[in-house]
Structures are given as structure tokens and as C-alpha cells.
Design a protein around this ligand. Structure first.
Ligand code: ASP
Ligand code: MG
Length: 494
């Protein structure tokens, strides 16, 4: 279909009746000009609430379940009342209760078994997205724009990795066309649930937390969309986290690989897997703010003419831990230790953020997310049990008091001196570097520092790479001591 636009709205962009109305109107407005399909997240915090309810169920905590179900009902009933006229409410409230009833039945099963089977979790957690798809589509219909809620269970075909599934593009393409094209041809806006899918034999899956971005890009690729707009609550992709770096800038453009790399290294604006399905057809993506839709946002494209010089952005991550392995005996083959460790960690489905080793005979370390640390250690201890027991390996060391800084940019490739400047900038603010890594693609320079130095280091690197605003030029003329005009404060320019 020519000129198809996919719009994805994140949790805060559909977080209340008011936000849903704004989101739906943005879609309706574009829908007057071209075919539009929408992907929605659950209302903000709802996925957490659903997952928490299932943890209560596993623990047999009935009171916890009841409280959460009441909150779930209240949030969606309130949204429904805020969105629809009375007649519409009477028709849609029972459907909300039906979906919540579906969730409740799964949760009761979990409470009975004291268990939370991953495939049931996936089936139950998708209720959040199904509720918001229902509300947004009903609002659009009531406002005169034909729309239809679609459960991505019937569209996105995935493997069977429950909780973190990957799409199978060929069957997804077929299903997406079969289910969504007829709606689009009838002039309807499909409102598709983000985050979920199903295996080829119909078992419900989800794509990982924050996976609605990924859902949207999967659909964009499957339907050969012309563009994908991802609506969030920030102005676009920024040169750094503005809470750490006050003069961080919204970037006009970034490339696919830069955006993915920024996401992997902690920038929260996009799900890291989002861009992969789009690469083949080179579909451009816009990251836009539904709270300020007039702002241009950031355009994510396959390539940027000229490529840029140096880093495009600096990201950081706090909740990380550095795991180190050190041979205790020269007889141990260090390469084998690395291979077996990485294999064990991969099997535990842990994502490694940085790997570094200056020599395979010595220390080998890697960085993981704190929430994946316990799993990592368990996997290593079991894979390397013999070596650890007999002292061929020193006890595994964990340093949790660290943070990751990453300078990212395709323009860093082949530019001598950048690493030197980045390290010098970090040393100037007296922050010690614990580990460093740069791959041969030269896309990212990753630096592990003490947690309490992370903010200073990010600010220093951001400034060194020229990513912030220029320091303001003082406008006060020199006026002498008694002029009554306050003297401009000195500003340290590094
Ligand atoms: N609702 C899901 C989550 O919170 C998916 C998403 O928002 O993208 O993880
Ligand atoms: Mg979300």
C-alpha cells in the first residue's frame, strides 16, 4: 500500500483519557491524508501492575491480587468514562470487564498452582495492550473516524521464546497483509496491540519489555510502510540524558546503527531491536513527542550524508555490574575460559554490554545489567565449577559500584585522537577509568567508571565532543566596581 504510515504510541502517550484523545486525534488527522495503522502500548505503569499481580498470584497472596485488579479496573473505567459519551460507555465497559476477566482467570490459575508459567504470563500481560487498543479504537469510532482494534496475536508470528520472542518475518508478512490490508482498504485505522504476538501454532508470546516499538517496526516492514512515527513523551533522541547533562540537545538526525547502539547503551527512547526489521527496506523512523507534536523530533535514517564527524551522543547506564574472571594458574587456557563463560552467560539469556580483556592470560571482564547479575553468576559458577573448586580460576569478582559511559557515532570511524580526547576529558574531572572497549567498527567507545563519577564523566565527554550548546558569550560590558550592574559570574570552560 502506497504511502502507509505506522504510528506507535507509548504508555505515557495513552496514559489517560486525555492522552488517548490526543493520540487518536494525531492518528485521525494524518489518516485524512494517507493510510495509517496505529500500534499502542498499555497505559503507563499497567504492564508493571499486571506483572506484579502475577507475582502475587504465584505467592498465593489473594489480597494483593484483589487490590491490583481493583486498580486495573479503575484506571480503565476512568479512561473509558473520560473518552466516550454515555451510550458508548455502556457498550464498552462490559468489554473492558471481559478482558480484565480474562486476565483474572489466568491469574487465578497461577494462584492455584503457585506457579507463573512463562507462556501464561505472556498471554496475561498482553491484556494491557488489548485494553488500550480497545479504548483508542472505540474513541476514534465515536468521534467519526472508522477504526478497528486488532490483537497482534493474530498478526505477529514469533518463535517460542516466551517473554522475549523474536518475529518470524515471512509468516508475519502474510498474516499482517491478510488481517490489516482489508481494514486499510475499507478506510479504517487498525489499532494494533504492541508488545505481543504468537507462535505459528498460536501460543501467545511477548517481545520483551518496551517491545511495542519493535511491534511497530515489525509491522512497518511487513506492510512495506513508507514511514514509522514513534510517539513518546520526550522531544526525540538526545545527545545525552538531560537529567545528567543540562545542555543536552535533541538530535535532528541519527542513523539506524547509532540509534540502536544508543538504545543498547542505555538511551531509553527506543527499544534496541526496533531498527533491525527496517534496515532492508530502509524505512525512515521519526521519534516524536506526543506532548509537543509541533516539534520536529528526531529522524532515524539508514545513512546521513557526510556521516558527521565524531560522536553523535553520549549515553550512560547506572544499574550495571562488572564481572571479572582471573586465571589462578598458568595452565589454564584463557581463551577457553572466555569461550565457556560467554557460552554459559548466553545460555542464561543474559545480555553482555561490554567485554574487555587486555590479554587472554589475565583478567577478562564483562558488564551486565544488575537485574541479570544473579543469573550470570549462577551460570558461570555452574559452567566453571571444577576450575573454581580447584583454584585454576580465582573466585569470580563482582564490582557493582560502577557505571557505563558510551560515546556513539558513525563519524568516529577513522578519526585519530578521539579516544584520547575522551579519556583526557574524563581524567580532567578526576574520574578513574576501570575498563574500556571499542570494537573495530569504531561506532562506540565504552568506558566503565566508578558509579559516583559517572555523571561528571558524561558531562565532560559531552562537552569535549562539542555536543552541547556553546557557552553563552557574556553580554555585560566591563562597568567597573560601583556601577550597580552585577558582575557576570565566572564560568569554567574546560
Ligand atoms: N507495555 C509493554 C511494557 O511496558 C510494552 C511497551 O510499552 O512497549 O514493557
Ligand atoms: Mg512502554
Amino acid at each position: 500500500m502506497k504511502d502507509l504510515l505506522i504510528m506507535k504510541f507509548g504508555g505515557t502517550s495513552v496514559g489517560s483519557a486525555e492522552r488517548m484523545r490526543v493520540a487518536a486525534n494525531l492518528a485521525a488527522q494524518e489518516g485524512k491524508k494517507r493510510p495509517v495503522a496505529v500500534v499502542v502500548s498499555a497505559m503507563s505503569k499497567i504492564t508493571d501492575l499486571l506483572l506484579d499481580t502475577m507475582r502475587h498470584a504465584e505467592a498465593g497472596d489473594r489480597a494483593g491480587i484483589t487490590t491490583n485488579l481493583a486498580a486495573l479496573r479503575q484506571r480503565h473505567e476512568e479512561a473509558c468514562r473520560g473518552l466516550l459519551p454515555e451510550g458508548g460507555q455502556a457498550a464498552v465497559l462490559p468489554r473492558i470487564h471481559e478482558l480484565i476477566g480474562e486476565f483474572e482467570r489466568i491469574v487465578n490459575g497461577m494462584a492455584m498452582l503457585n506457579e507463573r508459567p512463562p507462556r501464561s504470563v505472556d498471554e496475561a500481560v498482553a491484556i494491557g495492550e488489548r485494553l488500550s487498543a480497545l479504548l483508542v479504537s472505540e474513541y476514534l469510532n465515536s468521534a467519526g473516524t472508522p477504526a478497528a482494534a486488532v490483537n497482534a496475536w493474530s498478526v505477529v508470528v514469533t518463535d517460542a521464546v516466551f517473554g522475549n520472542a523474536s518475529p518470524l518475518m515471512a509468516p508475519t508478512r502474510e498474516k499482517a497483509r491478510a488481517v490489516l490490508m482489508p481494514l486499510l482498504e475499507q478506510g479504517k485505522i487498525p489499532i494494533v496491540t504492541g508488545f505481543n504476538g504468537a507462535t505459528a501454532d498460536g501460543r501467545p508470546t511477548t517481545l520483551g519489555r518496551g517491545g511495542s516499538d519493535f511491534s511497530a517496526s515489525i509491522l512497518a516492514a511487513a506492510l512495506d510502510a513508507a514511514e514509522l512515527w514513534i510517539w513518546t513523551d520526550v522531544d526525540g533522541i538526545m545527545s545525552a540524558d538531560p537529567r545528567l547533562v543540562p545542555d543536552a540537545q535533541v538530535l535532528d538526525e541519527v542513523t539506524y546503527v547509532e540509534a540502536a547502539e544508543l538504545a543498547y547503551n542505555g538511551a531509553k527512547v527506543l527499544h534496541p531491536r526496533t531498527l533491525a526489521p527496517l534496515a532492508e527496506k530502509k524505512i525512515p523512523v521519526w521519534s516524536k513527542n506526543s506532548f509537543a507534536p509541533e516539534k520536529p523530533g528526531t529522524k532515524i535514517v539508514p545513512q546521513i550524508a557526510g556521516g558527521g564527524s565524531g560522536a553523535r551522543a553520549v549515553t550512560s547506564m547506572k544499574n550495571v555490574a562488572l564481572v571479572s574472571l582471573e586465571p589462578g594458574s598458568p595452565e589454564l587456557n584463557g581463551v577457553q575460559v572466555m569461550a565457556r563463560s560467554l557460552d554459559a552467560v548466553a545460555r542464561a539469556d543474559v545480555e553482555i554490554l561490554v567485554v574487555s580483556s587486555s590479554s587472554y592470560r589475565q583478567n577478562f571482564c564483562f558488564l551486565v545489567r544488575t537485574e541479570e547479575l544473579a543469573r550470570t553468576l549462577q551460570a558461570l559458577e555452574s559452567a566453571l565449577a571444577l576450575e573454581l573448586a580447584h583454584g585454576y580460576l580465582s573466585p569470580i569478582q563482582v564490582d557493582s559500584n560502577v557505571g557505563l559511559l558510551a560515546a556513539v557515532g558513525e563519524g568516529m570511524q577513522g578519526k585519530p585522537g578521539l579516544a584520547g580526547r575522551i579519556f583526557t576529558a574524563i581524567s580532567r574531572v578526576h574520574v578513574n577509568i576501570i575498563a574500556i572497549a571499542q570494537g573495530a567498527s569504531e561506532l562506540t567507545i565504552a568506558v566503565v567508571v566508578r558509579r559516583d563519577g559517572l555523571e561528571k564523566a558524561v558531562q565532560a565527554v559531552h562537552a569535549e565532543c562539542g555536543l552541547g550548546q556553546r557557552p553563552p558569550v557574556p553580554v555585560f560590558p566591563f562597568t567597573g566596581k560601583d556601577s550597580g550592574v552585577p558582575k557576570p559570574k565566572r564560568r569554567q570552560v574546560p
